[in-house]
Design a protein around this ligand. Structure first.
Ligand code: IMP
Length: 185
């Protein structure tokens, strides 16, 4: 079985990746290492830089993942600044910003970067379209999951099983594992 090293401190991401790994017969192992996060409007660039730094520092082939919530009515805010916005105003703050908005469309986007030491990262992306709920719902998941509606349930209500069928991260990681499956690594 192939082993893939996933550099992240986010246990929610690790659980989702491990569930996907089981499905594709790949072992996902977490490495906790804080790699530098580039400031950019583009998730791909952030993931690419992060993967290159982490693989060089750890001297290992690794993946990193950068994700964000892009809300149409807020002109794609918080986007690549999702972590900072979650830490500061959180889900309640987003719900307040959206209080009088009829257009509730939002995308979750994910960029997975794979890099071997000294090499250039390869990027795999995934997106899921949903809506911002009117209130937080559900106990599962992490981050913005309780306010992200997919059909009539939030990711917080869906739990890993349901989220992993449709999520941005699942789509990006699936592209990656399908690709790595064809490589002699
Ligand atoms: P990062 O990819 O760890 O930088 O995540 C950016 C921000 O978006 C963090 O606050 C995460 O909690 C949040 N986030 C990323 N992915 C998800 C997700 O799948 N569900 C809910 N929130 C997410």
């Amino acid at each position: 079985m192939k082993t893939v090293y996933f550099v992240t401190g986010n246990m929610g991401k690790v659980k989702e990746a491990k569930a996907l790994g089981k499905e594709f017969n790949i072992e996902i192992q977490q490495i906790e290492y804080e790699y530098p996060e580039l400031q950019s409007d583009d998730l791909d660039i952030i993931a690419k830089y992060g993967a290159e730094c982490a693989s060089r520092a750890l001297n290992k082939a690794v993946i990193v993942e950068d994700a964000g919530l892009f809300i149409s009515a807020l002109r794609e805010f918080p986007g690549p600044y999702s972590a900072y916005v979650f830490k500061t105003i959180g889900n309640e703050g987003i719900l307040q910003l959206m209080a009088n908005q009829k257009d509730r469309r939002a995308d979750f986007k994910s960029a997975v970067g794979y890099c071997e030491p000294g090499g250039e990262a390869i990027i795999f992306t995934g997106t899921v379209r949903g809506e911002i709920a009117h209130e937080t719902r559900g106990e599962h998941g992490f981050g913005y999951d309780p306010i992200f509606l997919y059909d009539d349930r939030t990711f917080g209500e869906l739990g890993i099983g349901g989220k992993n069928k449709v999520s941005h991260r699942y789509k990006a990681l699936k592209k990656f594992v399908e690709w790595i499956g064809t490589k002699d690594i």
